[in-house]
Design a protein around this ligand. Structure first.
Ligand code: NI
Length: 175
C-alpha cells in the first residue's frame, strides 16, 4: 500500500528510531511492501521507515543504475535493518541530494566517500558491504533518517540549497 510520506517539520522525522527485534514476521513483510510501493510510486532512490511514520530502524534503497555515473555498478536493491555504518578513511565528498520528506528542494551535502555498512535483511541474515561514492551517499542519507537527521541539517553552504526547478539538476534523485 502506498503510504503518506511525512514532510520536514513533522516531529516523527526527528526521533531516534527503535531497533527491529523480530525478523521474518508478517508485520515486517507488510512494512517492507508498503515502503517499496511508496518508494516506487514517488520514484525515490531510497526510503526509511520513519518517513512513513514507522519508528523502526529499517531502510530500503537501490535497484536502479547510478544516475550520476551510468557506467558505475548499479546500487543493488537493498533492505537494511538495524544498520551500522563505519567510515573507511577520512575522505569526504560533496554532492547534491534530495529527499522525499523535503519535496521540491535540493542541497549540497558532505558525506563520507567510503564506508563499510552492516546490518540485517528481512529474514534476519547479517550482511556487510564496503561501498563508495553514490552508493555510500544513499546509505548515509537513509540511515540519517533513523537518527532523526534530514539532509538540510548537514548542508554547510546554504548558497547551494534551493528549489529543484530553479537549480535544474536532472540527475538528482529523492531519497
Ligand atoms: Ni530522505
Amino acid at each position: 500500500m502506498i503510504r503518506e510520506v511525512l514532510r520536514m517539520g513533522d516531529p516523527r522525522l526527528l526521533r531516534v528510531a527503535q531497533p527491529v527485534t523480530a525478523f521474518a514476521t508478517p508485520q515486517l513483510a507488510e512494512l517492507l511492501r508498503d515502503m517499496r510501493d511508496t518508494m516506487a510510486h514517488l520514484d525515490g532512490a531510497g526510503l526509511a521507515a520513519p518517513q512513513i511514520g514507522v519508528d523502526l530502524r529499517v531502510v530500503i534503497f537501490g535497484g536502479f543504475a547510478n544516475p550520476r555515473y551510468p557506467d558505475a555498478p548499479p546500487v543493488p536493491d537493498t533492505v537494511l535493518i538495524n544498520p551500522d555504518l563505519t567510515p573507511f578513511g577520512e575522505e569526504e565528498e560533496e554532492g547534491w541530494e534530495g529527499c522525499l520528506s523535503v519535496p521540491g528542494l535540493r542541497g549540497w551535502v558532505p558525506r563520507w566517500k567510503r564506508l563499510y555498512y552492516a546490518g540485517y535483511d528481512e529474514s534476519g541474515r547479517r550482511f556487510e558491504r564496503r561501498v563508495e561514492g553514490f552508493h555510500a551517499r544513499v546509505v548515509q542519507h537513509e540511515c540519517d533518517h533513523l537518527d532523526g537527521i534530514l539532509y538540510p541539517m548537514r548542508v554547510r553552504d546554504f548558497r547551494r540549497f534551493g528549489f529543484t526547478d530553479v537549480l535544474d539538476l536532472p540527475d538528482v534523485v529523492d531519497e
